[in-house]
Write a protein that binds this ligand. Structure first.
Ligand code: CP3
Length: 352
């Protein structure tokens, strides 16, 4: 059943379970499912741990990070686990001081070329505790369940580093991009180097797929994205080629950027809820698609939830499909709705 002509795993890489089979291109009878931000605040068991710890301590303690990664796997029949961490955690290696409140907050936002030049080159392994957590998770995870590592895309990391925190308009970042493009390239270069080392470390520690999150791609027009995003993402994804991990690229609010995203060397393209999967299939050709139920549907009643899930599954036909939400799950979603969604996805026969 594995499609060996397009996007097949390098020989010798074990492709076990529905998630990895779909990631490597199998257009199988059932769609596997995992959920962005599946380890987190909507789970009472996460909130119980959070009451006794803080986010960074949880991320930096391998036993805690592994336990939180496994919480949704114990509760639901999900097809993949994603390591509990954050896109900002590897940046500590550059000497950046980041707090979570709960979104990332940079103590000294980068607003000058001198600050960017002064970022130190990482000397030791980047966030080795993430590798340790991955090893602990893999040892506990059923063989059929995939393990996903991740990193933030450099342009999204740069948005947080320059703005200083999450923002509606990212006006400082967008102004910096126009006023100081050379300094931004220096920053993106440093972030690319860190990201390659960080993702290679995760793959070495057991990540069978890695997702690059470009959560703020939607801020940019196509020429800007081709200048400041795509070349760096190509380098990251190319550096991971042949290591045995499926490469997932996810950009939010990026349907206007799909011509450029289609050039990226990756096995899976994540699609947000605004883009019809038929349209994404046409844009991203033989790659597996991942997505894209509107998270808000998890607040709807059971019949509407099932109907909307079926619509996504229908639209995902015609190639490999990994079911997911169109973006992360929200803290007040009911775990019961998640259970219903997973059952609906697993019950759906893609060949019928
Ligand atoms: O289950 C998983 O998906 C793994 C864990 C994960 C977290 N952050 C945990 C987290 C992942 C994959 C991320 C990635 C991340 N972090 C992204 C990319 C994905 C996206 O949503 O677009 C971004 C943009 C961030 C930055 C970030 N970190 C924000 C905006 C926030 C706060 C608001 C929010 O949505 O949670 C965080 C903090 C954060 N990261 C929390 C968790 C569980 C909440 C911390 C807490 O419990 O107080």
């Amino acid at each position: 059943m594995l499609n060996v002509s397009e996007g097949a795993a390098p020989s010798g890489v074990p492709v076990t379970g529905p998630f990895l089979r779909a990631a490597w291109g199998e257009d199988g009878p059932r769609a596997p499912i995992w959920i962005m931000r599946q380890a987190g605040r909507y789970l009472p068991e996460y909130r119980a741990l959070k009451a006794r710890s803080n986010f960074l301590e949880m991320v930096r303690t391998p036993e805690l990070a592994a336990e939180i990664t496994l919480q949704p796997i114990r509760r639901f029949p999900l097809d993949a686990a994603i390591i509990f961490s954050d896109i900002m955690t590897p940046l500590e290696a550059l000497g950046v001081d980041i707090a979570f409140t709960p979104g990332p907050h940079v103590a000294e936002p980068l607003r000058s070329a001198a600050q960017i030049e002064a970022l130190r080159a990482p000397e030791a392994e980047i966030a080795p505790y993430v590798g340790e957590a991955l090893r602990l998770v893999r040892a506990e995870l059923p063989a059929q369940t995939g393990l996903i590592g991740f990193a933030g895309a450099p342009l999204t990391l740069a948005a947080y580093l320059i703005e200083g925190s999450g923002s509606k308009e990212y006006e400082h970042f967008r102004a910096f991009l126009r006023a100081q493009p050379a300094a931004l390239h220096v920053l993106l270069e440093k972030l690319t180097t860190v990201t390659i080392a960080y993702l290679k470390m995760q793959i070495g520690a057991g990540a069978q797929a890695v997702q690059l999150f470009d959560s703020w791609a939607g801020l940019h027009d196509l020429p800007t994205y081709r200048t400041f995003g795509i070349p760096y993402y190509k380098r990251i994804l190319e550096a991971l080629d042949g290591l045995g991990a499926a490469r997932i690229f996810f950009a939010l609010g990026a349907s206007h950027l799909s011509a450029a995203i289609a050039e990226l060397p990756c096995e899976v393209v994540g699609v947000d809820w605004r883009t019809d999967l038929h349209v994404a299939r046409a844009a991203f050709g033989p790659r597996a698609l991942q997505g894209n139920l509107d998270t808000a549907v998890l607040y709807a009643d059971a019949p509407a939830l099932e109907r909307e899930a079926h619509n996504v599954l229908e639209a995902g036909r015609g190639g490999a499909h990994i079911f997911n939400l169109g973006h992360g799950i929200w803290p007040d979603v009911s775990p019961d709705a998640v259970a219903r969604l997973i059952d609906a996805v697993h019950a759906y026969d893609r060949t019928a």
